[in-house]
Design a protein around this ligand. Structure first.
Ligand SMILES: Nc1nc2c(c(=O)[nH]1)N[C@H]1C(S)=C(S)[C@@H](COP(=O)(O)O)O[C@H]1N2
Ligand SMILES: [Mo]
Length: 321
């Protein structure tokens, strides 16, 4: 029996063995939680309590980036904010919007460590430069074979990385999501080995399409979509676009991402959208655009081949899935 739990299994596939395993995981987790409660946490970190900048209340008018935006019709905002994958808040699509309100996003700090000249713990308010914000309409394609078209407000990750000055040994950037089971009730279960971790090769991270998003539909990100700041990598399957980021680490070795760790035969490090390479349990050739009837063909690199195919020249994409 494979160890996968993603995509969330329909109720009918929940076997007694699976229930048993979940109970075991839960017990392990409870022990860990008891320990965590006795230790001073990250949340005890003291931060400058500046008045929240205007973009936290209401995002400033961000200019549209037409070069990088698709013209396709937008997915209904209701769908974008109520059909979510955010396992920290549960495994059902409705869980993130039902349970996201416990997440405190202000103040918010991001820790920067590893192969970098400017390590430290940065207050998000100081890290974002409002004049670098822009709006980009991107396709987001989930490995579960559905997709959406979303107007994001954000800034290029490359702008931030340049300011942090990675050393010449930095070949990868690793991202981590907040770990706090009190706020993120899905973390009370061991579905994933928390914290959720993702990574990009440095050239992918520096690519102008790679966005750090703080808003969608012109408003600050709803918690279920990864408030206050998340990654958006439009040519990769949705799971690379990690939410509610609290850490960036620069390192020489290729990291192991959460889904890769959970099911290495199913999820690779690259996770580029590729209609020619099937997931072991289903095809990736087509997708359902949420809100539409029928299915459409999935495009190579989710339609961003012209911009990103060169990054993978000479690589065997069957092996590097
Ligand atoms: N921390 C974290 N980030 C995450 C996930 C998650 O479970 N935890 N799910 C991923 C998956 S599988 C997808 S498809 C997208 C969904 O983003 P959306 O809910 O904003 O559409 O978020 C990604 N980022
Ligand atoms: Mo996904």
């Amino acid at each position: 029996m494979p160890r996968y739990i993603y995509p969330a299994l329909p109720e009918s596939e929940v076997t007694p063995e699976r229930l048993y395993r979940e109970r075991r995981r839960f017990m392990k987790q409870s022990a860990r939680l008891a320990l965590a409660a006795s230790l001073p946490g990250w949340s005890g970190l003291s931060l400058a309590q500046d008045k929240p900048p205007p973009w936290k209340q209401k995002l400033p008018e961000a200019p549209s980036n037409n070069q990088f935006s698709t013209q396709e019709p937008l997915t209904d905002q209701k769908i974008v904010t109520s059909y979510n994958n955010f396992f920290e808040l549960g495994t059902r699509k409705r869980d993130p919007s039902d349970w996201g309100h416990y997440l405190q996003t202000d103040p918010w700090a991001i820790k920067v460590e590893g192969e970098v000249n400017k390590p430290g713990t940065y207050d998000l308010n100081k890290l974002i430069k409002p004049d670098q914000l822009e709006e980009r309409i991107y396709r987001l394609r989930c490995v579960e074979a559905w997709s959406m078209v979303i107007p994001w407000t954000g800034f290029q990750l490359s702008e931030l990385i340049k300011r942090l000055e990675p050393t010449s040994r930095a070949k990868y950037v690793v991202f981590e999501t907040l770990y706090d089971p009190e706020q993120l009730r899905g973390q009370r279960r061991d579905t994933i080995d928390w914290p959720y971790t993702e990574g990009l090769r440095m050239d992918e991270a520096m690519h102008p399409l790679t966005l750090m998003a703080v808003g969608l539909y012109g408003n600050p990100l709803p918690n279920q979509n990864g408030a206050p700041i998340r990654l958006v990598v439009p040519w990769k399957y949705g799971f690379k676009s990690i939410k509610s980021i609290v850490k960036l680490r620069f390192q020489e070795e290729q990291p192991v991402s959460s889904w890769q760790q959970l099911a290495p035969e199913e999820y690779g490090f690259y996770a580029n959208v590729n209609p020619n390479v099937s997931h072991p349990r289903w095809s990736q050739a087509r997708e359902r655009r949420l809100g539409e009837e029928g299915r459409r063909k999935t495009l190579m690199f989710n339609g961003y081949a012209e911009e990103v195919a060169h990054l993978y020249q000479g690589m065997d994409l069957e092996k590097n899935y």
